[in-house]
Write a protein that binds this ligand. Structure first.
Ligand SMILES: [Fe+2]
Ligand SMILES: [Fe+2]
Length: 284
């Protein structure tokens, strides 16, 4: 039986699946994403069924209350990265990269392109919010595409048909185009489905430059940054900042390199970068 807590064999299965949906421009998908069939595809579909069923406006508000108290753990930043790396999915026989390696590869690819150091640091930190899994949260409340809650679900969201199971689809406070929001009110006023993006943004919001915060907060918001489905909630400033979200996305998806980074060689550079922007410890 596929578990409701962890339908995916590993958290990375979601990101691997993103590559099928959004292949690198030079590697065009052979088949249409929706026609791609495999056992992995079934678990991804089950994952989205759970995500779209349970991510309601009330669920999100409840998780905000629970996790934005930051009373779970206090760790140095590198310690938080090592804590994240205790997340091993032993149900996945061919786990390719651990969490820290994905983060280092993303950051190193950004660094190699000569971007500002806070952009590099964003690459290193962007998935740190996945520690939510280590606090016992189900996969569907940690990873997966994010989307606004409290208003109509766009049909541009992957597997949007599963929103028929979401109670908000039948609640007239939440099922209109704008729902609880005003036209072009700006994303800062919009609650997103709960997961590692929003959680990390809230941890980092006092320390990083604004473009970095947008990249952290919206990197999984594919229905907007790839599909443009929520322009009606965004303001001018959001559009300006989403240029950075767009810039970040290829590093997240396409930076997997065949030779894994050597952590001990890179650590001094990243420790210095962490010390430049972040406090000695983070409250999770
Ligand atoms: Fe992520
Ligand atoms: Fe990532």
């Amino acid at each position: 039986m596929i578990s409701e807590i962890a339908p995916l064999a590993s958290l990375d299965q979601w990101e691997d699946d993103l590559l099928l949906r959004y292949p690198e421009p030079e590697h065009k998908a052979k088949e249409e994403y929706r026609n791609y069939d495999s056992p992995e595809r079934d678990t991804v579909r089950e994952f989205y069924r759970l995500n779209h069923t349970y991510q309601t406006y009330d669920f999100v508000r409840e998780k905000e209350r629970e996790f934005l108290a930051f009373n779970k753990k206090e760790l140095p930043v590198w310690g938080a990265m090592e804590f994240l790396n205790t997340l091993v999915d032993d149900s996945d026989p061919d786990t390719d990269l651990d969490q820290l390696q994905h983060l280092l590869q993303t950051a190193e690819a950004i660094r190699a392109d000569g971007h500002p150091d806070w952009f590099v640091l964003t690459g290193l930190l962007h998935d740190m919010g996945k520690v939510l899994c280590l606090f016992g949260e189900p996969q569907w409340a940690v990873v997966g595409d994010t989307f606004p809650v409290g208003c109509q679900h766009s049909d541009k969201i992957v597997y949007s048909e599963y929103f028929v199971k979401n109670p908000d689809s039948y609640d007239e406070r939440y099922n209109t185009k704008y729902g609880v929001y005003e036209p072009n009110c700006g994303l800062r006023n919009v609650h997103m489905s709960w997961g590692h993006d929003e959680y990390l943004y809230q941890i980092m919001k006092n320390y990083m430059p604004e473009p970095a915060l947008y990249m952290m907060r919206y990197h999984s918001f594919y229905s907007q940054h790839r599909e443009g489905a929520y322009d009606h909630l965004m303001d001018e400033h959001d559009h300006e900042m989403f240029k950075w979200v767009d810039k970040f996305n290829p590093y997240d998806l396409y930076s997997k390199s065949p030779k894994p980074p050597v952590v001990s060689e890179l650590k001094p550079y990243y420790e210095a970068l962490i010390a430049k922007y972040l406090p000695a410890t983070l409250k999770l």
